[in-house]
Ligand binder design. Structure first.
Ligand SMILES: Nc1ncnc2c1ncn2[C@@H]1O[C@H](COP(=O)(O)OP(=O)(O)OP(=O)(O)O)[C@@H](O)[C@H]1O
Ligand SMILES: [Mg+2]
Length: 586
């Protein structure tokens, strides 16, 4: 136990955990701690009273005194029972609120993070931190409170009884006790590393599980069952091994403790019997001593093992604080102001950006998306087109240069006002596991059913939605697995249309649509685009050539800009070449 606190890292973390937990639940803990003190006191009292019981039985034989003692014993145990009840109830309540608080905090922090955060952790890892770590935080606080208040005070009370009744005998007990604790601690040294590995294996199980579900189609069609099974089995086996090691440690400590305790008691009986029979000590005080010693066993054992639970719990707590302490990469500046209304011009000024060091994705980009017009971004895969949209939404900040919305640097505006201005259809559509209606309504909270349906019509989705078993109330399954690619895309287009935002970002929004749907969508878009700044990434030149402006991107640079006609007129131009490959009429 003491060893646990010798580490300053542990001290700091525990201090922080306790501060945060107590600050919010001080009254609940107050009641629990008070009840614990009562439990500790009554435990000591129950040992103390043994002296009078024994002395009354063997000595004066005064019946009145027996009544009184019986009464006192009854009161002691009633009070102890009540206190135990209060202590358990309030401790659990406080513990449950700690879990709930932690989970709210972890989630809030997660939401505050930029997109880069979500790429740094697997979802399984985050799920584990959300569930196990919050549980672990509660466990640590519980252990600390019960060991330091109830168990420690119980032991102190009982030791006081022992020392007072039989100073000589106490000495013996105090020599054996610490030796037992030392032995246990030695055995527990390995727990920490075992626990850390255990949590990793658990998260591995979740990860394989998720991949199996999300990738079910790939797993089946590529015959990956064997490979997946191997991964899962090895994770399961890891967890099993660790659980066995922990069980082995626990299995060993208990009997060792019991045996040592038994030996100590035998020794005490021997010595105390000698003292009573030969030394003329009162049997009452020896009985009180033995009772106190026996009662000491449980709290002392828990105290000795507190370190194990603490070490195990701290693994989870550390993982939790790692998330809490990770600096936010995208943050509002203190002087951030809401974005001011404007025509909707977006300007990149000398923007350079890389996701990772040394890997420049955008280089000195100087481009303008004219207000109220449609600009198409075209170019080879990996050229940085989606990255441009990421920067417009401020999912990332440029390494250098500025991005201006109607002349305002988006680094100095509030994130909410910025993203409120934008509707986005992503390259890989994402749907929530809810109804079609709900999925579209995500575009604008509070939109009426009629508005949702109008948006679906504009996205050319109304007809197929109507044909679904429950129409707009049909659930789409996890990430829309129950729909076709083109259907999912049309729902996400409807979502963006419903948003009714000034800036429309389309990342290959029509890639999964057949030619007819795409043509219909283009018509809808043309109506929608009036007065909106649209940035559309597209591979199909049929979409592109209607754009007011075309920007050709290659390896992070804007290599050509102009209208369809201007770019086609450019001899040897990239756009011209792209156009020829696709063999489309101009
Ligand atoms: N989250 C990320 N972390 C690290 N690198 C990334 C990340 N996203 C994209 N990249 C890299 O940045 C480069 C540009 O990617 P981007 O997605 O902007 O290309 P794109 O032009 O949209 O391509 P496509 O037409 O295939 O969608 C690529 O080399 C890609 O590997
Ligand atoms: Mg892309």
């Amino acid at each position: 136990m003491l060893k646990f606190f010798r580490s300053t890292a542990n001290q700091r973390l525990v201090g922080r955990l306790l501060r945060e937990s107590f600050r919010e639940h001080a009254p609940t803990y107050g009641v629990a701690i008070l009840a614990m003190l009562v439990v500790a006191g009554t435990t000591a009292a129950s040992a103390w009273i043994m002296r009078d019981i024994t002395n009354e039985f063997t000595g004066t034989k005064d019946i009145e005194a027996i009544y009184a003692i019986a009464g006192i014993v009854a009161v002691i145990f009633i009070v102890k029972g009540l206190a135990t009840f209060v202590q358990t109830l309030f401790l659990s309540r406080a513990g449950n609120s700690i879990i709930a608080d932690r989970q709210r905090k972890i989630y809030d922090r997660m939401l505050a993070h930029g997109i880069e955060f979500y790429h740094s952790y697997s979802s399984a890892d985050l799920i584990m931190r959300m569930t196990q770590s919050a549980q672990a935080a509660r466990g640590v606080v519980d252990t600390l409170v019960t060991s330091f208040i109830r168990d420690l005070f119980s032991v102190v009370g009982l030791v006081a009884v022992m020392a007072f009744q039989q100073p000589m005998l106490s000495l013996v007990a105090f020599i054996v006790g610490p030796i037992a604790i030392l032995v246990v601690n030695k055995l527990m040294k390995r727990t920490r590393s075992i626990m850390e590995k255990e949590l990793k294996s658990v998260s591995m199980i979740m990860r394989v599980m998720q991949e199996t579900v999300f990738g079910a189609r790939i797993v089946k069609s590529f015959n990956l069952e064997g490979a997946m099974r191997n991964r899962m089995y090895s994770a399961v086996e890891d967890v099993q091994k660790r659980a066995n090691s922990i069980a082995a440690l626990e299995a060993i400590t208990n009997p060792i403790m019991e045996t040592l305790a038994g030996l100590a008691i035998a020794a005490v009986i021997l010595i105390s019997g000698y003292l009573v029979v030969q030394g003329g000590h009162s049997p009452g005080s020896v009985m009180a001593f033995i009772t106190a010693l026996l009662l000491c066993y449980e709290p002392a054992k828990r105290l000795a093992r507190a370190r194990v639970s603490l070490e195990a719990g701290m693994v989870g707590v550390r993982l939790m604080y790692e998330i809490a302490d990770r600096p936010l990469t995208i943050e509002e500046t203190p002087d951030a102001k809401p974005l001011e209304e404007g025509l909707g011009e977006i300007r990149f000024e000398d923007v350079s950006f890389s996701y990772r060091e040394q890997e420049t994705v955008l280089k000195d980009l100087d481009i303008v998306f004219p207000p109220g017009k449609m600009t198409a971004l075209v170019g080879a895969s990996g050229g940085g087109k989606s990255t441009v949209l990421n920067l417009i939404m401020r999912l990332y900040d440029p390494d250098s240069g500025r991005i201006l919305f109607d002349g305002q640097d988006i680094r100095h505006t509030t994130l909410h006002s910025l993203r409120d201005r934008i509707a986005y259809v992503s390259q890989d559509t994402f749907l929530f596991d809810a109804t079609v209606m709900h999925n579209i309504r995500m575009g604008r909270e509070g939109a009426s059913d009629e508005e949702v349906i109008a948006a679906a019509k504009a996205a050319n989705a109304h007809a197929f939605i109507k044909a679904l078993p429950e129409g707009y109330e049909t659930r789409v399954g996890e990430n829309g697995v129950l729909l076709s690619g083109g259907q999912k895309q049309r729902i996400s287009i409807a979502r963006a249309i419903l948003r009714d935002a000034q800036i429309l970002l389309l990342d290959e929004a029509t890639s999964a649509l057949d030619a007819e749907s795409e043509a219909l969508f283009r018509d809808a878009l043309e109506n929608l685009q009036v007065g909106r700044t649209t940035v559309a990434i597209a591979h199909r030149l049929s979409t592109v050539h209607r754009a007011d402006k075309i920007i050709v991107m290659d390896a992070g640079r804007a290599v050509e800009q102009g209208t369809h006609a201007e770019l086609l007129a450019k001899q040897g131009g990239i756009y011209k070449k792209l156009h020829e490959y696709q063999l489309l009429p101009d």
